[in-house]
Design a binder for this molecule. Structure first.
Ligand code: 6GU
Length: 256
């Protein structure tokens, strides 16, 4: 899978050189390209924004600059090749526009995006990107996803792009060391939060690991963890419990 990020703060994305994504890039499982939007600004001051039509606070990013950048990065400029000399990859191509007014990004969104061949991120700053940019690429048949990572406001889309890239990348086969960690985790298919985790020492500052976890009785371990998942979800995320289907609880859960 290939990720392209267009931003006025390329250094924000240096975190992608680290950890799991960095390793996957080094081994060729993922490609990550970060582009400085100002490269496509035409004036001497490399202006990328303007005052909002209709008035108000803040600045809005110019559609003409974004149009040139995205045409080139997505390989839509008619030259048949995208930035960095690569031919546009075949397969599903998605344009993600991080914005606090987007649809909520969830694990389901990440699972969906994991089947894309190329994801391009248009990271806006200030009050956002002129709305015609998303409209234009949709009209050209591009799959455009305006995504919010939660109900709070960030200063720009860069951190949100990092969040989406990390969540999607770890679902791409070959990126995670142990593929099992994708199935047994919070926000997995069962809709429950993950149970608490423990390691040695079994006794620490007067706190003990439940002996069931070291009993070797796998059925009891499974039961304990499931009970803890349910209790934790009920306490911390009643909104998740409310949407659990009838099949989410087993006979032993109902008895408890
Ligand atoms: Cl995607 N962008 C910004 N600027 N703020 C956010 C966000 C995105 N998601 C939540 N808050």
């Amino acid at each position: 899978m290939r990720f392209d990020v267009v931003t006025i703060f390329p250094d924000y994305l240096r975190a992608l050189d680290l950890s799991l994504v960095g390793r996957a890039v080094a081994t060729g499982t993922l490609e990550v390209h970060v582009h400085d939007l100002r490269r496509w600004a035409h004036d001497r001051h490399r202006t990328v924004d303007g005052t909002p039509a209709g008035g108000g606070a803040g600045m809005v990013m110019r559609p003409d600059v974004w149009g040139k950048a995205l045409d080139e990065v997505m390989g839509l400029d008619g030259t048949g090749s995208s930035t960095d000399g690569a031919d546009p990859a075949p397969g599903r191509r998605v344009l993600v526009v991080p914005t606090p007014s987007g649809e909520l990004f969830t694990q389901r969104t990440a699972e969906d995006l994991a089947s894309a061949a190329t994801i391009t991120f248009a990271c806006g700053r200030y009050e956002g990107i002129d709305a015609r940019v998303a409209q234009h690429y949709r009209a050209r048949g591009v799959e455009v996803r305006e995504l919010s990572i939660g109900d709070y406001v960030l200063s720009g889309g860069e951190v949100a792009a990092l969040v989406v890239i990390e969540a999607v990348a770890r679902l791409v086969p070959g990126v995670l060391g142990n593929p099992d960690s994708v199935v047994e985790e919070s926000h997995g298919a069962d809709g429950l939060l993950e149970h608490p985790a423990y390691t040695r020492p079994l006794s620490w500052r007067g706190l003990e690991v439940d002996p069931v976890l070291v009993s070797g009785d796998h059925a009891r371990v499974r039961r304990l963890r499931r009970d803890q998942s349910i209790a934790r979800t009920a306490q911390r995320r009643p909104d998740l419990v409310a949407v659990l289907g009838a099949s989410a609880l087993d006979g032993a859960d109902r008895a408890a």
